[in-house]
Design a protein around this ligand. Structure first.
Ligand code: MN
Length: 306
């Protein structure tokens, strides 16, 4: 979840140019906040394809993720673990444990609320959001757990496709615009992935000493590659892990505030009012109270493209 307003964007990224996006540390959750490293949205780049939010946390021991019930609208939450266990509870009644290599995908559609609590001493994971296009954002919410995902090995790497498609491997997870999300584990010193020239791509360096298309990417940074790549070459050491995200440029202008994505200031105001009144939000199983939304800023929220 997001508990601060997105940064002000200095400029839109130039298509085709690559930028290394360094993370900023953000406290996540309520009073016992856990620090996460956020690389999207970033002041120089709002989205990569439909991916609009990337939080990376851990690896750490003796951390506790405990995010009380909070809402989402107009997006999908994509939860991916590298170590540990998290329990998801939502107001549709789904209770689901997630472990490394599995996908928890929550399609918020018009509105959903959930809580997330870690159950392990050690925790390492990534939470991402995908923006839903207008044609899909008013749908009823639903939740998917995928314990088995397409995996393939190729020279230099093992690949798990969690969302969308890569090199012909297609995830069973529901998607609403052309995209990919994949975990890459190097088995050699380099690998080359076949990609689509019309997709925007980004690569998150989960581990250190990575180079992507010849450019060094510090650990925890996200390289924004732009479009025009028929292949992406990753160099690192065996065991290195990276996350590839990409997709077709998201054409619609969106308004993103707190945990909501809408299309206008008024729509976000209404989403906030509905949450504060618990209007349309059945209860989430959780031993505590729900999170109240922060105050809206005094200025109007602006819609922005990617
Ligand atoms: Mn959430």
């Amino acid at each position: 979840m997001s508990n601060i307003a997105p940064p002000t964007f200095e400029s839109d990224a130039t298509q085709g140019a690559s930028h290394v996006l360094l993370p900023r540390e953000v406290p996540l959750g309520g009073p016992r906040a856990m620090l996460v490293r956020r690389t999207l949205p970033h002041k120089v780049r709002r989205m990569i394809g439909p991916w609009c939010f990337v939080d990376h946390y851990g690896p750490a021991t003796s951390v506790h993720m405990d995010v009380p019930p909070h809402p989402h609208t107009g997006l999908q939450t994509v939860s991916w673990l590298l170590s540990g266990q998290i329990r998801h509870n939502d107001n549709l009644g789904y209770e689901q444990l997630i472990e490394p290599g599995q996908l928890n995908l929550m399609t918020a559609g018009k509105a959903i609320a959930h809580a997330e609590v870690s159950l392990s001493e050690e925790l390492h994971g990534i939470q991402l959001w995908v923006v839903l296009p207008d044609s899909a954002r008013h749908q009823a919410p639903h939740f998917e757990h995928h314990g088995e995902l397409p995996r393939f090995s190729k020279p230099g790497a093992d690949v798990v496709v969690m969302m969308g498609e890569l090199e012909g491997a297609v995830s069973p997870a529901a998607t609403y615009s052309p995209m990919v999300g994949a975990e890459i584990t190097l088995t050699g010193n380099s690998t080359t992935l076949q990609t689509k020239g019309d997709f925007e791509y980004g690569v998150l360096a989960i581990t250190d000493n990575a180079t992507v298309n010849g450019q060094a990417v510090p650990q925890h940074a996200l390289i924004d590659l732009g479009t025009g790549h028929d292949s992406i070459t990753i160099e690192a050491t065996p065991g290195a892990k990276l996350l590839l995200i990409g997709g077709a440029h998201f054409e619609e202008e969106i308004v993103m505030w707190w945990n909501f994505i809408g299309r206008s200031h008024e729509e976000i105001e209404q989403m906030r009012r509905d949450w504060q009144a618990q209007n349309g939000y059945p209860e989430v199983k959780y031993p505590g109270t729900w999170l109240r939304a922060p105050e809206l800023p005094n200025t109007r929220l602006k819609s922005r493209g990617a």
